[in-house]
Design a protein around this ligand. Structure first.
Ligand SMILES: NC(=O)N[C@@H](O)C(=O)O
Ligand code: NI
Length: 166
């Protein structure tokens, strides 16, 4: 019987082991451009490792996942961070896991608001993009460069994200 995963709200503190939550935090705000613009400063850091690596910006158009959903794998990018930011203010799911001896532990599922993005630090286990409720575009900042920047792990016993109400 697959273990059911609970869904919790995405907060900076809860997400700290995995990276940063990208949101308009008033504590980071500084007025610029003659007071016409609020700059929410340095919300995350793009990491790229290795000679010849670069930071790239992408748009991912995600198909909505259906629930109950079987989490049968996780992945990580050893040579760089990866951030996702929703472009249509639609909630989405963030699924991460601590590393346990080179494999992901039990996944942790966060419900992100439509104004919250995340930046996975390099080598953090996560599930590929999980759009919900409709086709959703995300601005994705990650790494291009030499080396195989993708490690996948498939669970012998998948976990399940049950149906849920927003
Ligand atoms: N493969 C790819 O670029 N996307 C994944 O890394 C992901 O986390 O969605
Ligand atoms: Ni990824």
């Amino acid at each position: 019987m697959s273990q059911e995963l609970s869904i919790r709200p995405l907060t900076q503190d809860a997400f700290k082991p995995f990276g940063q939550v990208i949101e308009a935090d008033p504590a980071t705000m500084r007025l610029i451009n003659g007071g016409t613009t609020e700059r929410f400063h340095a919300l995350g850091t793009a990491e790229t490792l290795g000679e010849g690596a670069s930071v790239i910006l992408n748009i991912f158009r995600g198909q909505p996942r259906r629930f109950p959903y079987s989490v049968d794998m996780m992945e990580r990018h050893p040579f760089g961070s990866q951030s996702f930011h929703p472009l249509q203010y639609r909630p989405w799911l963030v699924v991460v896991a601590e590393d346990e001896g080179g494999k992901p532990g039990q996944p942790v599922v966060f419900l992100a608001r439509g104004d919250q993005g995340v930046n996975y630090r390099a080598n953090v286990w996560h599930h590929p993009l999980m759009a919900i409720g409709g086709v959703s575009d995300f601005l994705v900042v990650d790494r291009a460069g030499p080396g195989h920047n993708l490690e996948e792990h498939f669970f012998s016993e998948p976990y399940v994200i049950p149906e849920f109400q927003l």
